[in-house]
Write a protein that binds this ligand. Structure first.
Ligand code: SF4
Length: 217
């Protein structure tokens, strides 16, 4: 069972106060650049992606150019970001589909986005919310962990977590809440040894309450 509405509102208000300027950390100038950067960010830090994309886009700045790129050349540019062979194939394949099926534009539509190579719901939601300002909750590793620890969601499955978060968070806050949880997951609610002692959300947190209960047993 997820949290009552009042607790959810308190958590969201606190997160908003903690991270009022939370935004997408991936540098981009248009939906195409955000789409490619997000594909590259799988199992890679945003910092590393931000080092790679200026080089990549200086050579291939449009879907047409990346669609015609030699995979080996793309691999050599992105090789520091992990899984580079499959990512090179995916970003070239995605660019080819954008050119042949979408008039070289990124579609602002979940069903069309997830047809592109290397694009799952998380990537599609990042693009929808940041490039097109369509309310969406992208469940990455931080959102999955933080939302489940807090009790906003209760599921090991990212799709189910997304559905639960969409039910308990007001739609106008979906995109912001996604950023707030990422910031909180990076700065305080880290994967190993979360900093519960200094966490402003401890009084609401299911994980922290369970920890306290176990200590008093
Ligand atoms: S109290 Fe601990 S587990 Fe709960 S949100 Fe804060 S850091 Fe994360």
């Amino acid at each position: 069972m997820t949290l009552p509405r009042v607790a959810t509102a308190d958590i969201l208000r606190t997160l908003e106060e903690l991270y009022p300027d939370a935004i997408c950390a991936l540098h981009h100038r248009n939906p195409f650049e955000l789409l490619i950067a997000t594909i590259l960010s799988a199992q890679c830090t945003d910092k590393r992606v931000n080092e790679i994309t200026p080089v990549l886009f200086s050579q291939y700045s449009t879907p047409e150019q990346l669609a015609c790129a030699e995979i080996a050349e793309v691999e050599s540019i992105i090789m520091t970001c992990g899984l580079f062979k499959s990512k090179a194939k995916n970003i070239v394949g995605t660019s080819q589909l954008l050119v042949t099926k979408h008039h070289s534009l990124v579609p602002a539509d979940m069903e069309q986005l997830i047809q592109l190579p290397g694009v799952g719901r998380k990537t599609a939601n990042v693009v929808l919310s940041n490039a097109f300002i369509i309310p969406a909750i992208a469940v990455d590793t931080h959102v999955q962990r933080v939302s489940n620890r807090l009790g906003l969601a209760k599921s090991d499955d990212v799709f189910e977590t997304e559905q639960q978060l969409m039910r308990c968070i007001p739609k106008e806050k979906w995109s912001s809440a996604h950023h707030w949880m990422i910031y909180h997951g990076r700065q305080v609610c880290v994967a190993r040894s979360p900093k519960c002692e200094i966490c402003a959300l401890a009084s609401y947190c299911r994980h922290w309450k369970m920890q306290m209960k176990n200590r008093t047993k």
